[in-house]
Design a protein around this ligand. Structure first.
Ligand code: DC
Length: 234
């Protein structure tokens, strides 16, 4: 790259419903391409976690209050990913916890919280090539993303995968049925935000392994980055 010519930064958007494997797939794809992974859902979770510290009734949470609390959240590059810090400390376990998961949808429906998350994510993309996963990345946050992927999978299979990850063993049919109900319920709560861009590549992962999904997206991404290299070479 010659001096003074800004390096092209790529944005890959991976959207889809809960437990469609977006985050782990995005993480692997980012690693393969030496891009940074940005999990936008983690920012909604961080906003929820700081608000939970106020110990007030979630039914009465006000957007202003939550926005003020987001002042405690940093979003920094660390080892190939942007991670939310709360008061300067990683809070991954809290972010994945039951309380945050139960309340995050209501926070994610607040327009100014969405604007705050989108600003954090866009700022990350100014300094790094990124693979961003979420619900509205290809439609709202990066409508001009270099590549957009929308991942879907059968709810039963999403439930099964989530339980295997959580329990570290094969779940029973009864356990899967219970988790499927939760996932379908979450799909309904997040439905307005979860939008497939008209130019997104739709990948149904129900019968794909994680490796297959990653390979497909990496192949699509390489085609896009090579095309960009050829265009800039003239
Ligand atoms: O992907 P996740 O489960 O970590 O997402 C947490 C919540 O944030 C979930 O309610 C969906 C919402 N979300 C969103 O509305 N838009 C995004 N870009 C990412 C997540």
């Amino acid at each position: 790259m010659s001096a003074g010519v800004p390096e092209k930064r790529f944005v890959i958007a991976i959207d889809g419903p809960a437990a469609s494997g977006k985050s782990s797939t995005a993480q692997w794809v980012a690693r393969r391409l030496a891009f940074h992974h940005v999990d936008s859902g983690a920012l909604y979770r961080a906003a929820t976690a700081v608000q939970l510290d106020a110990h007030t009734d979630p039914e009465r949470w006000a957007e202003d209050e939550i926005l003020a609390a987001t002042g405690r959240i940093g979003f920094v590059p660390d080892n190939g990913a942007f991670v939310p810090l709360i008061d300067g400390v990683s809070a991954d376990e809290v972010l994945r916890g039951v309380e945050v998961t139960r309340n995050v949808s209501r926070v994610a429906r607040m327009p100014r919280v969405r604007a705050w998350v989108n600003a954090q994510v866009r700022r990350a993309s100014e300094s790094h090539s990124v693979v961003v996963d979420g619900r509205d990345i290809g439609t709202v946050v990066f409508p001009n993303a270099d590549l957009k992927v929308f991942l879907i999978a059968d709810p039963w299979e999403r439930a099964r995968r989530r339980l295997v990850q959580r329990l570290g063993r094969s779940p029973s049919d009864a356990e899967i049925a219970e988790e499927t109900d939760l996932i379908v319920h979450r799909d309904a709560k997040d439905a307005t935000q979860t939008v497939q861009a008209s130019d997104a590549v739709l990948i149904d992962t129900t019968y794909l392994t994680q490796e297959d999904q990653v390979e497909r997206i990496v192949a699509l991404a390489k085609a896009v980055t090579h095309r960009a290299d050829e265009t800039s070479a003239g």
